[in-house]
Design a protein around this ligand. Structure first.
Ligand code: ADP
Ligand code: MG
Length: 898
């Protein structure tokens, strides 16, 4: 197997299927070369070499790959007709990192490598442009020193050392712009730069191009273990052993004059998914200039340009004059680019994100990849590609990352509130959504407030962690393809970019616009769909399931075999879940109903009563309230099944713990404070989660079970009168022995008979149990003989199987995750290896004695895609999750079948 794969000249050693070995960028460069798209020739050093580098160290790896790298450079030299480091006709190259998936945390690209005191002469000869040559040289030193040699500003408000030298020279020469530097100035900069590199790093700037190349290759490999990359891997759960590839490629120059340029484009809109070719470019610019947001980029298409001008409040004349589209400025190049984007999208059958450079009228494509997109765009593009016949239904479904649907379920601004809000400034709608928060100016301070909006001149890869913590992002510079915009769309954050009117001052931590001044901590709202920045907090409302999203849901239901239910304790939640397509309630927690002010009193009275009679008296007060709650829920569900769980938490949770409230309670109940205190003390448990709770309550205080059963069934009878047929499923919690279940069920059945007799009417009901203790899973066959259904309560089951207290695990789980003792938080992602075995076993054993037993899950895991997949494998009938996860579970359930 090769260590180095070459590409270029319509040929390639590799191809698109080799992402694991060549990284995404390398595999796609090879593929493009194969299908006849013009890419500058180059080669890719494999990710396996990266892994070896991490194990063996630099020297041994470089020795091993050196012959292949030298041969590959020779191939580039032949194709380009240039020689690496030559003083007549030098080859310059770029060194680019590229993991399997694109990672903004990786090493920055080094451009113009190969420039030195000799090859600069060749560049001058070849281009006849001394200014261009020296400017490239000084940029190269700047880039290489910071990226490869680690020369960075000393603190966050310190200037970049090179910028300091540049500013100093500008002052001395009394000029304002970089472009006013003379050739002599640029030459001086090169020498001054080399000086400061030597001073700050203790090493001279390497003049030998091969030293430069090996340094850059090693830096790419090292960046795999840099802080940013590690953070990004963690955030996305990418394994450490993937490694990154290194791409080395002949330079093409977008900064060789007015017939040159560089840009970024998308085959469809990455924010909305709209099927519209779009992108941005800059004339006479190189590399990251577009992404870094240094100059205001121009739109590629005429339509895009006109849309942009409207938002930026640029009139048509000025637009044509100063910001023309590529379509207008270079129609032939535009046509060619349009063809390539078409070809690439059809070839990859997905929205592409491409980078290109125009060198003196010749177009080169530097990169293509499946474009990052918002949740909304993900849905629209998948459904559109399906309609266009480019992909089939299964592929469309598999294109959906269920968790990304979350973005579509976030609140949106209430149109009425928007109308009234004051617009502070207008930027570009870089990543849709609504966000309200307090201003912060530094990414590492994004956690300063609970809701923060990160406001920056521009963002850079160092900021990704903070961008992730912020509720939204605003930049003063940069376009729709700026770093901020791309990252925000990728992580589904609302973002407004390029709001040029904002004057940001990092030192004073203020933001000035139109004579107003805003400070750190001030509230603003941003609308990522329109680009508006608004003053203060703007009201929001729930989103709706419509358009492509609704179509996707329908498609999912066609494939899914499991039913999706919801966990809902109130009619309001039940309604939200129904609107999201829940086909029933898998868990109604009755205790939440007791916490309301007027009810908790009756509840406390019940708990404090010393006699059965006293308890029954208090329960009588609770009965109508519970009945009302159930009635509301049953009505909301309009005949869909509803599972109600009997009282579960330890009673201690309901009594007052503060002296003042204890006094109040004593007065209300006409008992002594001492009596209240002693009851509270009596209820105190060392280990409440394993204490007096679940069916242990109903078995010690049967009157609670009686009251709850009565409330459930009377509510069902009541809605029956209005034509709503509900078959309540009564669920007994925390069963560990068969007898626990049998005795509770007996109480339920007797109560039911009484209710039916009294009301002279009946409803069907069933009695099942939660499987949430390991013992219940183990004796599931015996329980199933008596139970009508099972619902796995995987929150408690996880707690009891691991022996991790859910309420205390915060003390050690983060460390466990960091040290790799655990791969994931088991309360978030079902532990299939351990807890999952109990789920599987419980289901199997249950169905041995009770064929066709209905089985579901109602823990947090019911809405987590990988856990939903597991439930399918185990053969569950349904999963139940919180209302806002219902759409996610619907897609996950469909994917689980495919
Ligand atoms: P990223 O992974 O951050 O996108 P890239 O490796 O794509 O980094 O490099 C960033 C930019 O540098 C590219 O978009 C392109 O503009 C420029 N670049 C990289 N290689 C070359 C090259 N061989 N010739 C000209 N420009 C290049
Ligand atoms: Mg790139």
């Amino acid at each position: 197997q090769l260590n180095v794969y070459s590409f270029g000249n319509k040929k390639a050693d590799g191809g698109r299927d080799m992402k694991n070995l060549l990284g995404g960028k390398g595999a796609n460069l090879a593929e493009m070369s194969r299908i006849g798209i013009p890419v500058p020739p180059g080669f890719t050093i494999t990710t396996e070499v990266c892994t070896q580098y991490n194990e063996e160290g630099r020297e041994s790896v470089i020795n091993r790959i050196e012959p292949e790298v030298r041969a590959a450079i020779t191939r580039i030299e032949e194709t380009m007709g240039a020689i690496f480091g030559d003083d007549e006709n030098p080859l310059l190259i770029s060194v680019r990192s590229g993991a399997r998936v694109s990672m903004p945390g990786m090493m920055d690209t080094v451009l113009n490598l190969g420039l030195n005191d000799e090859s600069i002469k060749g560049v001058i000869k070849m281009t006849g442009n001394e200014r261009f040559a020296w400017d490239s040289y000084r940029r190269f030193i700047q880039m290489y020193s910071s990226v490869v040699m680690g020369l960075k500003p000393e603190s966050k408000d310190d200037l970049d050392p090179f910028e300091e030298i540049i500013d100093h020279l500008k002052d001395k020469r009394r000029i304002e712009q970089d472009t006013q530097f003379t050739v002599q100035d640029l030459q001086d900069l090169v020498y001054d730069f080399k000086d400061i590199v030597k001073k700050r790093t203790g090493k001279p700037f390497p003049n030998n191009p091969w030293d430069q190349l090996w340094g850059a290759i090693a830096a790419v490999f090292d960046s795999w273990n840099g802080d940013r990359a590690i953070y990004y891997r963690k955030m996305h759960g990418y394994p450490e052993d993937w490694g990154t590839a290194v791409n080395v490629q002949a330079m093409v120059f977008g900064n060789m004059g007015e017939d040159s340029g560089t840009g970024v484009c998308f085959t469809r809109d990455a924010g909305t998914g709209e099927n519209m070719f779009n992108g941005e470019y800059l004339i006479n610019a190189q590399g990251e200039d577009v992404v870094a947001g240094v100059r205001t980029p121009q739109q590629i298409t005429l339509l895009g340009s006109q849309r942009w001008a409207k938002l930026a409040q640029v009139d048509e004349e000025e637009r044509k004059e100063s910001y023309p589209s590529l379509e207008e400025l270079m129609p032939d190049i535009y046509k060619e680019l349009f063809e390539y984007q078409n070809k690439l999208e059809t070839h990859y059958q997905d929205m592409q994100d491409m980078e290109f450079t125009i060198q003196q009228g010749k177009l080169w494509i530097l990169q293509t990849r499946n474009g990052k997109r918002t949740g909304a765009a993900m849905v629209k593009i998948a459904m559109d590609l399906l309609k266009e016949g480019l992909i089939d239904e299964k592929t469309a479904l598999m294109r959906i990352e269920p968790n990304k649907l979350n973005e579509l379920l976030h609140p949106i601004f209430d149109p009425e509130a928007l109308e009234e809000a004051d617009v502070i400034a207008q930027g570009l709608p870089a990543s849709p959504g609504a966000a309200t928060g307090q201003i912060v100016f530094f990414a590492d301070e994004a956690d300063k407030f609970k809701n923060s909006i990160l406001v920056r001149v521009e963002t850079s890869p160092e900021d990704v962690e903070g961008m992730n913590l912020a509720k939204g992002i605003v930049t003063a510079r940069g376009g729709m393809t700026s770093h901020a915009a791309v990252v925000a769309r990728g992580i589904g954050k609302c973002c407004v970019s390029g709001a040029g009117a904002l004057k940001i001052n990092y030192k004073t931590r203020t933001l000035k616009v139109d004579g107003h001044e805003y400070h750190e901590g001030d509230w603003i709202s941003i609308n990522g769909s329109t680009g508006n920045i608004l003053e203060g907090k703007v009201g929001t409302k729930e989103p709706e399931l419509s358009g492509e999203f609704a179509e996707l849901m329908e498609l999912s239901d066609n494939y899914a075999t499991m039913e999706i239910r919801t966990n809902a304790d109130t009619p309001k939640d039940a309604l939200i879940a129904r609107n999201f397509g829940a086909k029933g309630i898998g868990l109604t927690r009755t205790e939440h109903m007791f916490f309301e002010v007027d009810r908790i009193k009756a509840m406390r009275e019940m708990i404090l009563a010393d006699t059965v009679k006293g308890r029954k008296q208090a329960l009588k007060e609770l009965l109508p309230m519970q009945r009302n709650d159930f009635e509301g829920i049953f009505r909301a569900m309009e005949g869909h099944p509803v599972t109600v769980r009997l009282l579960d938490p330890p009673l201690h949770e309901f009594v007052p713990h503060q002296l003042a409230t204890q006094k109040e309670l004593a007065e209300e109940l006409h008992i002594s404070l001492a009596a209240v205190k002693s009851k509270v003390a009596e209820l105190e448990e060392f280990n409440p989660m394993m204490g007096h709770r679940g069916c242990r309550l109903g078995n010690t205080y049967p009157e609670i079970t009686e009251m709850q059963t009565q409330a459930i069934l009377e509510a069902a009878l009541k809605v029956k009168k209005d034509g709503i047929t509900i078959k309540p499923e009564i669920m007994i919690p925390l069963v560990g022995t068969v007898e626990e279940f049998i005795q509770q069920k007996a109480i339920i059945d007797v109560t039911a008979e009484e209710v039916f007799k009294k009301r002279k009417d009946t409803v069907e009901y069933s009695v099942g149990t939660m499987i949430e203790t390991p013992r219940a899973a183990l004796i599931a066959d015996k329980i199933a003989e008596k139970a009508d259904f099972f619902s796995f309560g995987t929150n408690d089951l996880t707690q009891m199987t691991f022996g991790y207290s859910r309420d205390d695990s915060g003390k050690f789980l983060p460390t466990y995750l960091e040290k790799g003792i655990l791969k994931a938080d088991p309360f978030e992602i079902l532990d299939q290896e351990g807890v999952g075995q109990l789920v599987k076993l419980g289901t199997q054993r249950g169905r041995e004695t009770h064929p066709g037993l209905k089985v579901g899950i109602c823990g947090e895991h019911g809405g987590e895609p990988s856990s939903v997949g597991f439930c399918q494998k185990v053969g569950m009938n349904y999963v139940s999750c919180s209302p806002f996860r219902v759409p996610i579970a619907r897609v996950a359930a469909a994917q689980a079948v495919l």
